[in-house]
Design a protein around this ligand. Structure first.
Ligand code: FES
Length: 128
């Protein structure tokens, strides 16, 4: 018998009614931490930590135009693809942000599929 691949499994992570519009949640599936947020008609799920210096994006991350901006050095990611829009630009003067940004190679945020079913928000983990 074949076990289902992790990427085939939908995990219920939070009751739909508990995920309020615009409120980011840090949730877990096993050992994996996620940032989950409901924005207008969509629910996004990403890895919990900023790829730059591991700030938990649920705490202070700002969402605009389907992107999330990390509060620490303002790295900005597309919530649909995880693509980096800007890497550690803050602060501009002195050039501290760029220096700190160079400490870690830029890498995209991992995003996961979401759906709502039977009153639950479910996440299917990406294999990326
Ligand atoms: S930790 Fe997120 S931008 Fe530096």
């Amino acid at each position: 018998m074949d076990l289902p691949l992790e990427s085939d499994v939908w995990h219920p992570v939070i009751k739909s009614e508990k995920l309020k519009l615009g409120k980011k949640k840090m949730l877990r599936i096993g050992l994996k931490s996620l940032m989950v947020v409901r924005e207008s008609s969509r629910i996004y799920a990403t890895d919990a930590l900023c790829r730059h210096m591991a700030w938990p994006l649920a705490y202070g991350g700002k969402i605009n135009d389907e992107c999330i901006t990390c509060p620490l050095h303002q790295t900005r990611y597309d919530l649909n693809s995880g693509e980096i829009k800007e890497w550690s630009p803050f602060p501009l003067f002195p050039l501290y942000g760029r220096i700190v940004g160079s400490l870690r190679r830029p890498s995209p945020l991992v995003v996961h599929e979401t759906r709502e079913l039977d009153g639950w928000v479910e996440v299917r983990l990406s294999t990326a």
